[in-house]
Design a protein around this ligand. Sequence first.
Ligand SMILES: Cc1cc2nc3c(=O)[nH]c(=O)nc-3n(C[C@H](O)[C@H](O)[C@H](O)COP(=O)(O)OP(=O)(O)OC[C@H]3O[C@@H](n4cnc5c(N)ncnc54)[C@H](O)[C@@H]3O)c2cc1C
Length: 289
Amino acid sequence: MYSPPFEYVRASSWEEAVAALERGDDDAHVLAGGQSLVPMMMLGLAAPSLLVDVGGAGERTIERRDGALVLSALVRHIELEQSDVVREACPMLSEAVRHIGNVRVRHRGTIGGSLAHAESTAELATVAVAQRATVRVLGPRGRRTVPAAELFVTHLTTSLEPGEVLTGVEFPTAEASGSGSCFLEIARRAGDFAMVEVAATVSVDQEGRCNDVRLVVGAVADRPADVSDAAQALIGARPEQPAVAELARAVADEVEIGPSSHAGEEYRREMVAVLVERAVGAAAERAEP
Ligand SMILES: Cc1cc2nc3c(=O)[nH]c(=O)nc-3n(C[C@H](O)[C@H](O)[C@H](O)COP(=O)(O)OP(=O)(O)OC[C@H]3O[C@@H](n4cnc5c(N)ncnc54)[C@H](O)[C@@H]3O)c2cc1C
């Protein structure tokens, strides 16, 4: 299917992109890597009147600064995958990005596009919530920052206001020593959209007892679910069996599971239990006291 005609503007700065979006109507869209928007246009699911191409709106930068990994929105998935800086500063991001689509998609898709698109199965959304990332936003009323947990409203919907663009993402890196993380997912085939994702971070003290556990389940509902409260049962204990299996069962029994065309609720609930147990176990092994 061919898309209806649309106007095309190439922005050479984020400010120019915001100004172009302001001149457009409600159907003006940002175009980044095009890996979600273009397929939607070809399927007739999106019909923008104006495309504002932000590919040249800024540099594609990956930096460690002031206790954070700071990424420009234009950084491509493949660059996250191949960056030593990302691997050291936020290993969960390196681990998760490899699951996105295929190498062609990862060469074009951007982190800003993935977060702004807010697909409910997006790996980067789950990692952003798990790592307490913050997105940088520019709009007609100026700049602001939004915690990732407040960005995702529901499937394909964010809290970005009309005319706003996402210009960057910050992942805090100042973890206490003795912290390990793990991202796991299950999909029908490698590269398919995930059926269940789990992102776990475990911190242990000198005696090897948990002093912080963060747990986010993705791809089962309309946005990533932060279930860290349930994981507090591990605080003060060693992250070992049977405590980890009990935690996994409790999370799986309580987490909201929405509809999916890939697998039924019962199967996905069981997979939440399996992945939580494995991810918490792996994160604990990586956390050296
Ligand atoms: C075959 C295939 C398999 C895929 N598999 C996966 C997968 O397993 N997991 C996964 O997470 N994704 C998957 N994707 C999607 C891919 O990750 C996309 O790259 C990503 O979702 C969107 O990034 P993009 O840069 O391509 O954005 P685009 O497609 O250009 O834009 C997506 C949306 O975000 C908006 N947008 C883009 N950038 C900005 C910005 N800076 N500010 C504000 N709004 C913006 C656009 O207006 C549009 O609405 C797949 C895609 C394909 C084609």
